[in-house]
Design a binder for this molecule. Sequence first.
Ligand code: ASP
Length: 308
Amino acid sequence: MIASERGEVGLAAGIELLRAGGSAMDAVEAAVRVVEANEADHYVGVGGLPNLLGEVELDASIMDGATLRAGAVAGVTGFPHPISIARAVCDRLPQHLLLVGAGAERFADEAGIPRGETLTDEARRLWLAGLEPEAIEQARATHGGGEVAYRRQALAQIQAMSPPEGPWGTVNVLALDATGNLAVGVSTSGYPWKYPGRVGDSAVIGAGNYCDNRIGGAACTGRGELAIRAGTARTVLLEIERGADPQEACAAAVARTLDLPDEFRASLQALCLTPDGRHGGASTASGATYSVQSADEDTFTVRERKQI
Ligand code: ASP
């Protein structure tokens, strides 16, 4: 299994299932659920940072490399585990692939998926603090000018609204099971301060998630609008088909976004796992990593992504 930054907390749960003969789909779902439950992670599931209105809206997707079936949900509120709703769409609603908002929540209720609080006090505090003028300027050092522009427009939009009541990041998990099946899961609370109803790449098959046993699995984190515009996860696999190794495939796919005009540009990352167990990652940011663990290892190791 491989996972993006902050996904390592879920690898033990996924590996345990794989050791017991579980499927890649089960391992991915189990691992992502651990990340979604981790309140210290403010970009996924419970504890995720809210949108402009102070509401936590979650996106997730899962794709099965054996069948190329997928399930995805977007703009879900009040459910801590959107990956399990996405899995249920994949397994139990084969006439559809992507459900949003109230429809996704209705389906989750029908599927018996538990509701739960997703906004934590800490996430609300960070949401407010991140819009302080000083915090906006400090964001330039870590995230660059695009993030500063993004927060400024969010603040301007909030100021133009009637005051709301009360108040980025994502996880990718990729697994290869003993039968040679691949699966990819992605879950996110999307950009903090996003416009309500905004859907990122995490829920969009081909953009933030793609999986095909014949080629590999790929997933993205970071500036979702770029991954959607460039079809980045699918592009990683096109590069594999052209003979690139996983790291080079990720680097080439991410590089295709560099020339796209975007005044809110932020970093974009990709990860890839192939059916023969090779893996790699790339990022536009320095110091980006991912984690890897196989069934015969006691713990994960951290690998560097290629910076482009
Ligand atoms: N890719 C996510 C999105 O666009 C955000 C992120 O990974 O930072 O919603």
